[in-house]
Write a protein that binds this ligand. Sequence first.
Ligand SMILES: C[S@@+](CC[C@H](N)C(=O)[O-])C[C@H]1O[C@@H](n2cnc3c(N)ncnc32)[C@H](O)[C@@H]1O
Length: 311
Amino acid sequence: MFVCSEIHNPVMLAEVLGALSPRTGCCYADGTIGAGGHSKALLGASTPKGFLYGCDRDSAAVQIASERLAEFAGRFEFRVSSFAELASWLGPDRCEGVLLDLGISSVQLNQADRGFSFLVNGPLDMRMDRRQSLTAASIVNEAPAAELARIFWEYGGERQSRKLANAIDRERKRTPFETTLQLASLVERVVPRHGQRIHPATRVFQALRIEANDELGQLKKGLDSAWTILKPGGRLAVITFHSLEVRAVKAFGRNLARDYTMEGETDIPELRRPKDPELKWVNSKAVVPTPVEVEENPRARSAQLRVMEKL
Ligand SMILES: C[S@@+](CC[C@H](N)C(=O)[O-])C[C@H]1O[C@@H](n2cnc3c(N)ncnc32)[C@H](O)[C@@H]1O
């Protein structure tokens, strides 16, 4: 059972609705249902006959959202799956709008037994999909030290990545890591705070979460899949929280927005063939939350919304 304080506040809700402008009789997909905040608003705004397909890798999220959206029964279909599977589920040209709101929800973060938070003790788990065998603990206890350093540096931007990986390697030979606080306290000992506002374990936990869930691999597949299910004229809205997610979304958009007829002489056959752009950016710059939203929901502070239209 979950309580109200654990419910996730949907980020940039008004901006998402503005971008997708849900209408009755149209079809939408939410690839990251979470606690169902955006889903609820999409269904409400497309009353009485809008339909929403939704998925989440986390079965608990699908259950919570289905219960919260009971008033819309008959107008949505949810399933436990990655957004990378949207195209194989729904097929091409199906929806007027698709939303991907990346990362984890406050519900997941606040539940100690999911192991996402370094502030509460729980198993070092971090799986969004609890059917998979790879956990944060298996990475921390089994990955070679050089691989751990790469993960901390690439996905967390942790400057002391090697020092930290070596300290973990020494410690795990004595006592394998099992809990979130065990890892957080080692990080605190090895990487002192030096007056920084953020907890030193923030970067390490983020990096392990990205690795454990293959978030960047899933995102690349998910963008292709979401694009496939969009009808021409439909819009894809993506909310990112991390610079590597931003990079993947920009690269995806740039590639499809490219007008190959503009290419100069080239020996590459694909570039010689005239090809019109498939995508138009709805806003040239990312939309960010208002200061009021960040004040009310600090989790929104690094959010960026990008919206693309299928031509
Ligand atoms: C930021 S929350 C979404 C919150 C949601 N928009 C709301 O209003 O409550 C992100 C959700 O996406 C899910 N998720 C992350 N990666 C996913 C993927 N590849 N496929 C499906 N769901 C994913 C997470 O399990 C989490 O529930």
